[in-house]
Design a protein around this ligand. Sequence first.
Ligand SMILES: [Zn+2]
Length: 121
Amino acid sequence: MASNRFSEQDYDRIYRRDAFTCVYCGFDGHAFENWMQLELDHVIPISQEGKDTDDNLVTCCPHCNKVTNGMQDLKGLPIEKILSQKRDVVMKDRKALYSRWLESQLPSANVVAARLGADQA
Ligand SMILES: [Zn+2]
C-alpha cells in the first residue's frame, strides 16, 4: 500500500470484490503475509486516461503489476479484452521465468561430478 491515491476502504472494497486474488495470475492473497503484497492495478492506465473508478481497478500482485506496466494502446478497449491481453503477457512472462527457475534448480556439472565420484568411492 505504497500509494496514498486510495483510501484503506478503497483497497478493502476492491480486494474483497476480487476475492483477495490477483486477477492476472491467481496469486492467493487471503493469508496475512500474502494480503500485505496485494496491490491495485488500473486496468486502463492513468497515462492512457484510465480513471480511479471501481470498474477500472483490479486486485493484483506486485509481479503482475510490474509485468503489465507500460502496455500501450489499451485506451478504448473493452475491460475484458484488456484483462485478457494482460493475462497473456503475464503467462508468457511466467513461462519464461519458470524455465529459468527450473534451470536454476539443476545441480551444476561440478556438483554432479562430485556426487558421481562419491558414489564410486
Ligand atoms: Zn499476479
